[in-house]
Ligand binder design. Structure first.
Ligand SMILES: *[C@@H]1O[C@H](CO)[C@@H](O)[C@H](O)[C@H]1NC(C)=O
Ligand SMILES: *[C@@H]1O[C@H](CO)[C@@H](O)[C@H](O)[C@H]1NC(C)=O
Ligand SMILES: *[C@@H]1O[C@H](CO)[C@@H](O)[C@H](O)[C@H]1NC(C)=O
Ligand SMILES: *[C@@H]1O[C@H](CO)[C@@H](O)[C@H](O)[C@H]1NC(C)=O
Length: 494
């Protein structure tokens, strides 16, 4: 108890000094505490950690001789998190991939959409070949081996939305193929979510699976590879806008870390971004950069890098290092349904301080007789990021009413879908006189969240709402001399 009281002693003193001579925000008073300026230094992509993990990871596989055919395609998993090699599933709750996207990808693909990447050897008794061991292996089937049946293999690939590549080959001396599986075929069609090349033919068989003691070892013949041309165009995930294709990976500020995926899966990367714990500095993930690492010419892993500041093509300058090249780099920006939630459109034509109760995009209102109970300030010391910020509580100190800040437009949301309302808040202006600080968040006029932070430095808040479509957003709060500042307001699909 004793130490708790001592701990409080200093802030209380500082606060009473502030209270004696409180100068209201409208008169450019100095806050009782000052927060450090929003600083992104040291938050840039850790490309070295990504590269060194890419050199360690092994996520290559193929149709193992023991696996039965026609297993469901391998799910997307996380194979590394910030340099630690792991094996975890993607958060499923937010994988809101509309069904029609899958159907579009599946339908309308014709055999003519496949191109041969490499051929197999002949079938003479002495010919030997090898099957692919590569990234993004999905599953395999056995196709009728009366002919070298590429068509059935393509049809199998077509039925799997992520399939872009097939490896068709004969596997000899595997007793399961010869005697057990109902297909009675040794022609394996292994399907992948990425395209592989002949240099990845490394599975030569050589296993004892004939069922006869000291029987002949397995071997592979006529291993060919085919790709469908649709690889290059994933549909953007729900709630994201794609950037134009990037030349390299982003080296950008606001970096929140990376994961490796076992497949090039933009929906999985979006789900990870949506579920990422928010940063104290920058809030939630608002952008991801997905790319394929190719090491010595061979696809090796799929990076999903997360950012709380949307990056753009100007920082996509990491083309790789050493034997690692960055390929298939794409950026997706989380759609924000509130424009100028940082109030930066409001400025003072060169002056460092000004305030108003009329800006484009936002409405402010005070109760009758109230004066500036909600307002917008352009003044860096009051703001969280940039120079402008919203204030609830009479800026002039005229009254102790609470003001309301309303987003002027209705939000173009999708009915029934969950959205996140997030913002940064501070109530440090008048020190201990901030005891009544509060903010209420209204969604379509319904109270969805209340905070009573008392005295508080800048802090992140988030509320989840369900859209009706054309939704309305209001914030009500402040009670001078308790002042509530709001900045960096975002509404995004959850
Ligand atoms: C951030 O880094 C830049 C370049 O190194 C430097 O000029 C600037 O002062 C730094 N900003 C802060 C707030 O530390
Ligand atoms: C793949 O994901 C689905 C859906 O989340 C789940 O039902 C299934 O069990 C998973 N399969 C494997 C092999 O983990
Ligand atoms: C990852 O975990 C799954 C389920 O526990 C397992 O089937 C799979 O073999 C594991 N993969 C690796 C690469 O360890
Ligand atoms: C087809 O596969 C079966 C099962 O492995 C095998 O017994 C048969 O010889 C194969 N036929 C041809 C034409 O390769």
């Amino acid at each position: 108890m004793h130490s708790f009281v001592r701990f409080l002693a200093f802030p209380v003193l500082a606060v009473s000094l502030a209270e004696c001579g409180l100068i209201y925000p409208a008169f450019q008073g100095t806050p009782a505490s000052s927060a450090d300026a929003y600083n992104f230094n040291g938050t840039t992509t850790d490309s070295n950690s990504i590269a060194s993990t890419a050199f360690q990871i092994d996520q290559k596989s193929g149709a193992t001789p023991h696996a039965p055919p026609n297993l469901p395609a391998v799910n997307t998993t996380i194979t590394a998190i910030d340099g630690d090699i792991v094996n975890t599933t993607i958060p499923a709750s937010r994988r809101s991939l509309p069904a029609e996207v899958v159907i579009t990808k599946m339908s309308g693909r014709k055999n003519s959409d496949y191109e041969e990447v490499f051929g197999g050897t002949g079938t003479d008794p002495e010919d030997r070949d090898a099957a692919i061991i590569g990234t993004a292996y999905l599953t395999y089937t056995l196709v009728n081996n009366a002919t070298y049946n590429v068509d059935d293999c393509f049809a199998f690939c077509d039925a799997i939305s992520e399939c872009v590549f097939v490896n068709l080959y004969y596997e000899f001396n595997n007793g399961m193929l010869d005697h057990v599986y109902s297909q009675e075929s040794n022609l394996k069609c292994a399907v992948y979510g990425d395209v592989h090349s002949a240099e990845e033919k490394v599975n030569f068989g050589g296993q004892s699976l004939s069922g006869i003691p000291d029987g002949p070892l397995t071997y592979i013949q006529q291993s060919s590879g085919w790709t469908s041309k649709s690889f290059s165009s994933p549909s953007p995930p729900a709630g994201y806008d794609p950037l134009p294709n990037l030349d390299g990976a982003n080296e950008a500020p606001g970096y929140m870390g990376f994961v490796f995926l076992n497949k090039y899966d933009v929906d999985a990367c979006a789900a990870i971004c949506n579920n990422q714990d928010p940063s104290d500095v920058g809030g939630s993930c608002k952008y991801f950069n997905i790319w394929r690492a190719v090491v010595d010419g061979v696809p090796t892993t799929y990076t999903c890098a997360l950012y709380y500041i949307p990056a753009d093509p100007s920082t996509a300058i990491n083309y790789g290092q050493g034997s690692l090249s960055v390929t298939q780099s794409r950026g997706y920006k989380r759609i924000t349904y509130v424009l100028d939630g940082g109030f930066e459109d409001y400025s003072c034509g060169g002056l460092s301080f000004c305030y108003t109760n009329e800006v484009e995009g936002w409405l402010t209102s005070s109760p009758e007789d109230g004066d500036y109970d909600a307002s917008i300030f352009h003044y860096q010391p009051y703001s969280h990021s940039g120079d402008s910020v919203a204030l609830l509580g009479s800026a002039t100190g005229h009254d102790d009413y609470s003001g309301t800040l309303t987003y002027a437009s209705s939000l173009s949301t999708e009915p029934g879908v969950e959205y996140v309302v997030e913002f940064f808040h501070s109530s440090f202006y008048s020190g201990s006189a901030e005891k009544d600080a509060f903010v209420e968040v209204y969604w379509n006029g319904v109270l969805v969240g209340t905070i009573h932070p008392g005295y508080s430095l800048w802090k992140y808040y988030k509320f989840v709402v369900i859209a009706q479509g054309n939704d309305k957003l209001d914030f009500r709060g402040g009670r001078a001399p308790s002042f509530d500042f709001l900045d960096d307001i975002f509404v995004m699909r959850a």
